[in-house]
Each structure stands twice: as structure tokens, then as C-alpha cells.
Design a protein around this ligand. Sequence first.
Ligand SMILES: [Fe+2]
Length: 335
Amino acid sequence: MTVVNGSKAGAATGGQGKTDANRAKVLKDLTRKLYSEAPEEDDERARAHGARADYLRRFAAKVRGELVLPSRPKLVFRQGVVDFLCAEEADDLKAIYLLPWEVHFGAEDCNENSLFEWIGWVRDTPNARVLLVGDSMECMTKDSVGAIFSQRYSPQHQMELLATTLEPIAPKLYGLSDGNHERRITKTTSLNPGYWVANALGVPYFHGSQGVLNIHLGKGRNGKPVSYIIHFGHGTSSSRTAGGRLTAAGKMKDIVLGADCYIAGHTHGHSIDKGCRLVVDPQNSKVREEKYMTVLAGSFLEYAGYAREAGMAPLGSGCPRIRLDGKRKDIHGSL
Ligand SMILES: [Fe+2]
């Protein structure tokens, strides 16, 4: 058809006797031509997203039902000034491994294969537990920072697919909270993406991007379970140095006193620091030493675009592993 070219269409429709019907036909042909010649990238992108979603669902279906969990922890969750979770683990557990995760699911640089490997490890390790400390999803919006079109999935699909991906290990999740990325959605819609995912998985949702855990496990010398207090928060810090990131995380000690372990997200620092404090024990008229640990969660981001553009060094993907002993009070961390 010659009329699909703009100038020729104009010529064809610009003469005497032009009718509305002719104009409609020109537009119809033009529309048909444009659609038929539209680049297939959009279709391929949609197909790629659909294939990736199918892959994630197949992955979840494959590992579902194979979870190694001899005894489920009994969870008691209470909302308050800071949400509180009491986890009573089995008294025959020698230790548990607690993994703080920041997934950034849906981000262009999210290493999904690494996430799948960790999920497989959690699935196969009876005493592995996971805590999602915010930024579980990328959650870019048109009004937020970041290149919105670089996301692998829309925020709605990020929520659906993350819930699908984590569902096989849901009984091993202590819960999740939102980070600054989820708050991008909250800011413009009032909706909490983490709340939606937590409800889909049936796990606790910690409001206010922080929470306190009291984990009981094993049996100490006195015959009672060993107890650990853990305070986690997504936190904020833009420090470029390991020391600065740990200093920012160290301020958590001013929020919740006496925790055995403080876990901070946001910086992707992937670091562990051991500290010691003196505690006055008036009942026994003495001052005693207490150890505590500060942990910077890592993330599943590879060398992220924002870090490259800001000239920041890559911090590596993955997560620290925190070991809580079930025979005596002892915390170890490995990276
Ligand atoms: Fe993050």
C-alpha cells in the first residue's frame, strides 16, 4: 500500500473528494503497518520475562516437599514498639545457622543463581534459618531513584515471584521486614510489599524495618535452652568504608540494650565485628564481661549499577552465616 508512507498518505488524502472513510482507511492501514513492523524486542522481552517466571515456578515446585526440617521452631510473634519474635527451637539442636538476607529480587544485578544455591543449602540443612532484613525486592517506581526499565520484573511480579521462590523454605524463615527499596512503593501507595510477601508465605512481618528475636535452642549446662537476643534493622548509612559502615551499625546498641547480636542491612557490607561490654550485676555484686557481635548483612547483588556509577568498590554477593551454639552461649560468624 502506498498510503502508509506519511507523505504519500497525505497526497492520497489531501486531494479533492477526500472523505472521512478514506481518512479512516489511511489511518487503519497506517496503524496496521506500524504494528506489523513494530520491533519484536517487546515480544521477546515479554517472552523472556515469562520464561524466567516459569523457571522460577519450576524451581520452587522442584524443591517443594524436599525440605529437611526434623522439627519446626515454635514461633510467638508480638507487635510493639519494636516487633518481637520468640523462636523456640528443638532442645536436641546443637546449633543453628542464621542467615540475614538482602535479596534485591528483580534487580538487574541480582544474582538469582546464587540465591537458588543458598535456598538449596537452607533446604538441605536442618538447622538453617533465614531472616530477610529489608530490600528483599528492588521495587523501583517511576518516582524513585534508579533506572526503572532495568528491573527484571515489575514490582507486582517481584512480590509474586519472590514469594514463589521462597515458599519451599518458608518454615525456615523467621520473617521479613521492609527496607528503603520497599518503602519506595509505600511512599507513593501506602502499600508494604514485605507485608504482602510475608502474608503469602505465612511468616512474621516486622513493622518499622527492625525487630528483636529471642531464640531458644538446645540445652545448656543448667538443663535449660540456651537463649540469644538478636536485634536487626535495615538501617541507613552511605559510608564508603568498612569502618564507617560498622560504626553506623554499632549505633543499634543505643536502641536495644544487651543484645547478643546486632544485624544491620542497607550497606551490603558483608562484615562481622566482635565487641565486648561490661555489665553491672547488682544481684551478685560484680561487674562481668559480655561479648556481642555486629553483623553487616550482604546482598545478592553483583557489582550493582549504582555502585559502578558512584565509583564504589564491589562488595560481593552472598550473606554472612551466624552460628548460635545450643550447648553454651557462643556466637560465631563466617563470611
Ligand atoms: Fe540493599
